[in-house]
Design a protein around this ligand. Sequence first.
Ligand code: HEM
Length: 457
Amino acid sequence: MTPSPPTRDARLPPGPRLPTTVQAAIWAVRPLAFLDHCAARHGDLFTLQIRRRPWVVVSDPEHVKRVFTTDAALVGAGAGEANPLLEPLLGSSSVMLLDEPEHLGDRRRLLPSFHGERMRAYGAMMSAVAERHVAKWPTGEPFALWPRMQAISLDVVISAVFDEIEPARRELLAVRLVELTNWINHPRRLALLAGVGKRSLTSSTRFREALGRVEDVVLDEVRARRARFKSDGTEREHNDIHSMLEREYGGEHAGPDGERKLRDELVTMLSDGPTATSLAWVFERLLRHPDKLARLREEVLGGERDEYLDGCVKETLRLCPAVPLVMRRLLQPMQLGRYTIAADTIVAPCVHLTHRRPDVYPDPLEFRPERFLVDAAGTYTWIPFGGGVRRCVAWYFAQLEMKRVIEVVLRRFDLRPASDRDEGATRSSVSFAPNDGALVIATRHTAGANGRAAVVA
Ligand code: HEM
């Protein structure tokens, strides 16, 4: 634990002395290297000047805990500051961008969709979706896993939002979501977004059109369901995310505010990018560690345990977190070490740096799923889903999805990397992905006697 020093310092913690525009430019093109460099130079607590408000970056678990456990009413949402894409994409009334008390109210309404009985049903759905997709994967030639994982995770999230959806509309929604994401993911646009902020999107007709095409399909489905439920009276039988949101914000009397709210929450749910990038990373890492891959395959084909699978998922989310930092905007001053951080500053628990602390994770750059067989993931040291009252609502859902998809892939294929080179991280719309998309070559299996896989030529 960091002892509280006797003196208090009202200045900001130190940080690079570069002008804001230069820091913003470095952040735009080399964000992870910038974080590593600042931590090496300034230690656990440093300040970046990238946008209007300073960001105080923290990675000492005690500081992370302080930020995540501070009364929710004293810290506002900072996600829009971390990722300027969020507000134009999700809408200003998305749960991710609201302050208290609205945030907690919305969160409570969403949480039942991610708990208990629902999860058992989701697990089976996730395996079925993965089976359907992998049946179409190419064999014997290099292909990138990331877009394939993106297709799977989109299909999964569409099924969680709308339990029954006409196949043609499902297809159209998936195509339009991919078009929108691909448009945003162009490296030049991402760099502009990170450097200039949300103006680079809100002023773009192409962005508004691509987003409008997604909204059109989502709202068409909402209207079609309303008509169907009205005629057959089955609304109460549906427990999917849309039905639950519809009961809160939809209906004939909800008015334009309810309609906007419904749109923002549906687009928030459908904009899942981190699960696909995390799945791409699992394989990128495992394929460079054949011994670990063999151990995992044996466990999966044995079909009785899943400790090592859980370790592989946790270790991937540690070493290659989809979101490198989460943010809170201070509504009151906060004491961090000897610094009194003023209100209206951003404090940013840094997932990337916390996960690479050698005092918590010996040899932190090594991919070692075994770590999590010995020690459980710590609440303030393993934070890929953030923490406190803003922790990702889908933290369990996302890990379940990763496990079900990994199992299906390992049962069906032998994978090898298409190149010997480790893939670095590249920005994508809401996360960080392997820069060649996790390039692999697959060979198909059929299940042999005793459930063991046999390779088919
Ligand atoms: C591996 C996959 C995922 C990762 C790594 C991830 C990570 C995160 C992170 C870091 C946050 C911010 C937490 C904070 O500020 O403390 C967050 C929030 C959120 N995530 Fe996820 N996420 C994943 C998948 C998903 C999925 C699949 C959904 C929905 C279907 C989802 C919905 C949300 C929502 C609604 C919030 C806002 C929660 C709130 O403000 O109360 N996430 N996620």
